[in-house]
Design a protein around this ligand. Structure first.
Ligand SMILES: Cc1ncc(COP(=O)(O)O)c(C=O)c1O
Length: 408
């Protein structure tokens, strides 16, 4: 089996784990039939800097002190993760802000999903309200619901979450003697829409956090995948950021298989989130390898290479959609991230499209999976463009266009 086919099949197999049974994605489909996995927001495996990692893994294993083979020094060291990587990350965060967070203001986790789960577990109780964007990353809703908390979905427009709507809803909650504990925003290149929260709204959100006493969780997993458009500052650089928890990850820029993410906040908040942690920390050895990768400047080099590649893929997918789908679809061209959020024209029967595309080996993610409200969002779907090669993108979009026409 060729390496490319192997990767495609293992990612396709992962897509079945990713499938939400309530979305109605084609059941019983074998991974071999998935030729165009546009449903997966993942990096292109061909971009992974294998030789740099080989060299750094060898160096790390040759030099590593015994604590690297265990959990790191002391209980706090174990929970917070590899100190060198935390320090390298705070320097990167600090380069964009007026001051760097101290090393106690950052904790490594097994990916951003783990960071979010830890925050939700530490902050949400049965009956609490938490705010999400509509649409958003579905797992954020599921994790909160599993804790008995109630998601409050605030609609988005091209400037991100509608903060005016949020403000009205917060006032309503207060009048009903209820409180919102946290507001979750994918402020840069949200999944699935690709939209970002404007600077004015970032500022207002942090002010509201003081007025209504909640914490803001800023998920920055896509923030460094910028292709063009405005540069928006992380909320950690803005006034009021003491009510902010920032979440980041190497999953979208390097590889989700590293399972390395982090959260950054006031040290006392990090303590609260770390408190209930019983998992004995994230990998110290991976932490050391990534520290070398970041400190040597190779991470920044890698980011500029992949943004070049993904910008070109974005342009290719946009041109192909215009050519092969014409006015059966509407979408905005995203300035960053991994996704196109596609609306089907009225004459297309949305409920049929995913069925037809899946039969042809094209998987996209149905709109319903980003709302969690039980509503009907079948005229929308998310298409990821980063993982599939450019020629396959063109081919896959042609097949998608045919499936859409068959659904009219
Ligand atoms: C918005 C968002 N946050 C977090 C995650 C999880 O990332 P990680 O692989 O770092 O756990 C994802 C993955 O799909 C995501 O889309």
């Amino acid at each position: 089996m060729s390496a490319q086919k192997h990767h495609r099949e293992s990612f396709a197999a992962a897509s079945r784990i990713d499938v939400d049974p309530t979305t109605g994605q084609e059941p019983g489909m074998s991974s071999r039939q998935v030729r165009w996995p546009f449903d997966l927001g993942l990096p292109d495996a061909a971009t992974f800097p294998r030789s740099a990692f080989l060299e750094l893994a060898e160096r790390t294993l040759a030099e590593a002190e015994p604590s690297l083979f265990y959990g790191g020094p002391g209980r706090a060291g174990i929970a917070r993760g590899h100190a060198g990587l935390r320090s390298a990350l705070t320097e990167r965060i600090g380069a964009a802000a007026s001051s760097a967070p101290g090393i106690d203001g950052i904790m490594l986790t097994s990916g951003a999903a783990h960071a979010i789960e830890l925050v939700w577990r530490a902050l949400l109780r049965d009956g609490d309200v938490f705010v999400v964007e509509a649409p958003t990353w579905g797992a954020s809703i599921r994790i909160g619901r599993a804790l008995g908390a109630e998601p409050l979905a605030i609609p988005m427009d091209r400037d991100g979450m509608r903060i005016d709507v949020l403000e009205r809803r917060l006032a309503g909650l207060k009048a009903a003697h209820r409180r919102c504990r946290l507001v979750y925003t994918i402020a840069d290149y949200n999944t699935p829409t690709g939209w970002s929260l404007s600077l004015a709204r970032r500022r207002r959100l942090l002010q509201l956090a003081v007025e209504y006493d909640f914490l803001v969780i800023e998920d920055r997993v896509y923030a460094e995948l910028r292709y063009d458009g405005p540069v928006l500052p992380s909320m950690s650089t803005l006034e009021g950021s003491d009510r902010l928890i920032t979440v980041g990850s190497f999953s979208k820029t390097l590889a989700p298989g590293l399972r390395c993410g982090w959260l950054s906040a006031r040290p006392d908040l990090v303590d609260i989130v770390a408190g209930p942690r019983e998992d004995l920390g994230s990998s110290q050895l991976t932490g050391r390898i990534l520290e070398h990768f970041v400190r040597s400047g190779r991470y920044d080099q890698h980011l500029s290479q992949i943004t070049h590649i993904y910008r070109s893929k974005r342009d290719t997918v946009v041109a192909s959609l215009r050519e092969h789908c014409g006015d059966t679809v509407r979408f905005d061209v995203p300035h960053g991230g991994m996704f196109l959020w596609i609306e089907l024209a009225e004459q297309v029967k949305g409920e049929l499209v995913m069925h037809h595309t899946a039969r042809e080996g094209v998987l996209c993610k149905p709109g319903d999976s980003f709302f969690g409200d039980g509503g009907n969002h079948q005229q929308w779907f998310r298409m990821a463009f980063t993982m599939v090669s450019e020629p396959e993108l063109v081919h896959g979009v042609r097949v998608l266009g045919e499936a859409i026409r068959r659904s009219m």
